[in-house]
Design a protein around this ligand. Structure first.
Ligand code: AMP
Ligand code: FE
Ligand code: FE
Ligand code: ZN
Length: 290
C-alpha cells in the first residue's frame, strides 16, 4: 500500500516525550506514515536508536532536532532536519544549552524554595531519562510533592512564562541558531510560527522578512496548534519568501495526550508526502546529504 502522509515534528524520551525513540518510530510505521522525523528539544541522543528501528520497520526516518533561540526577546523554536553526526561546534553548542538549562533550573528551584515550595535538583533529575532536564520535569516533581494537582497548574501558577517562579533561559540568537544548523548541513525550519506571542499575519511577515535572508529554509505551516486560517496565512507567507513547507504534529506521547502522532489534535494535521519530496529535491539540487 502506498503511504501518503508524514510527520516531521515529534519528541521522545530523549527530551520531553514519553515514547522511547524506537517505540515512537514503530508507532509511526504502524499508523501507515511514509516518513517520520524525531526532533527532540536540544538533543540528538535518540536519533541512532530511532534510525535503527526505522530500518527494521520500513519507514523513512529523518534525523532532526528542535532548538530554542531568541528572536526579538522571545523564545522561538528552530527545527533542523537531516542532522548529521554532530560537528565539534554542534557538540559544544549542545553542551552549552545543557549548562544554560541547568543554571536556569537551579534558579527556578531557588525561586520555588523562596515561596515555600522546595524541590530538590536530585528529585527533578531522577524524573528525566538522561536527556535535557527542564520545566516539565520540575512540574512533575511539584505534582509528586503535592504542591499542584497537575503539571498544567505548575506552569500556570509557578513556572510558566507568567508564573511566580518563572526564570527565562539564556538562548542563542535565532540568527546564530540558523547558522549553527546550516553549518551542519541541516535544513532549517521555523517551528509552529503561530504559537509565538501576539502572532498575526503582519508580525509573521516581518519575522520572515528578517529570518529568510539569514538562511531559514522552511516554515512549519502544518502543526497541531494551527487553525485552517493560520495554515493558509503560513502557506502564503512561505510562498512570498520562497520558503519550503514543513509540518508535523509535535507529538509528545502522554505528556501532550491529546496530540496524536501523524494526525495532531483531533485529526487537524495531515502532512502530505510531497512536503518531504520537495525538501529532498531541494537538498539534491544543493548537493546536500539525504
Ligand atoms: P523548558 O524547555 O524547560 O523551557 O520547558 C518547555 C517545555 O515545557 C515545553 O516543551 C512543553 O513541553 C512544556 N510546557 C510549556 N508550557 C506548558 C504548560 N502550560 N503546560 C504543560 N507543559 C508545558
Ligand atoms: Fe516539548
Ligand atoms: Fe517547540
Ligand atoms: Zn516540539
Amino acid at each position: 500500500m502506498k503511504r501518503y502522509f508524514i510527520d516531521l515534528h515529534t519528541h521522545s524520551t530523549a527530551s520531553d516525550g514519553t515514547d522511547n525513540p524506537a517505540t515512537l518510530v514503530r508507532r509511526a510505521a504502524a499508523q501507515g506514515l511514509a516518513a517520520v522525523a524525531l526532533t527532540d528539544h536540544d538533543c540528538i541522543d535518540g536519533l541512532d536508536e530511532a534510525a535503527a528501528e526505522a530500518a527494521r520497520c520500513g519507514i523513512r526516518f529523518i534525523r532532526g532536532i528542535e532548538i530554542a533561540a531568541n528572536y526579538d526577546n522571545e523564545e522561538v523554536h528552530l527545527l533542523g532536519l537531516w542532522m548529521p553526526d554532530p560537528s565539534a561546534a554542534m557538540q559544544q553548542a549542545l553542551k552549552r544549552m545543557r549548562s544554560n538549562r541547568k543554571e536556569r533550573n537551579d534558579r527556578i528551584l531557588d525561586a520555588l524554595e523562596r515561596i515555600g515550595l522546595p524541590v530538590s535538583a536530585e528529585e527533578v533529575c531522577s524524573l528525566s531519562s538522561g536527556g535535557p532536564v527542564g520545566r516539565p520535569h520540575i512540574a512533575l516533581a511539584m505534582k509528586n510533592r503535592g504542591y499542584v494537582h497537575n503539571r498544567r497548574e505548575a506552569f500556570i501558577r509557578y513556572i510558566g512564562n507568567e508564573g511566580r517562579a518563572f526564570v527565562p533561559r539564556v538562548l542563542m540568537d535565532a540568527e546564530e541558531g540558523i547558522a549553527l544548523l546550516r553549518g551542519e548541513g541541516a535544513l532549517v525550519a521555523l517551528a509552529h510560527p503561530c504559537l509565538y506571542r501576539n502572532m498575526n499575519r503582519q508580525k509573521l511577515d516581518r519575522m520572515l522578512e528578517n529570518l529568510a535572508p539569514q538562511g531559514l529554509h522552511a516554515l512549519e505551516v502544518y502543526h497541531s496548534s494551527h487553525t485552517q486560517e493560520q495554515v493558509r496565512i503560513c502557506v502564503s507567507l512561505a510562498d512570498k519568501y520562497g520558503l519550503l513547507l514543513s509540518g508535523g504534529s509535535d507529538y509528545h506521547g502522554r505528556n501532550k495526550a491529546n496530540i496524536n502522532l501523524g494526525t495532531g489534535l483531533r485529526g487537524n494535521v495531515r502532512v502530505p508526502l510531497y512536503v518531504l519530496e520537495k525538501m529532498e529535491a531541494f537538498r539534491r539540487e544543493k548537493g546536500l546529504l539525504l
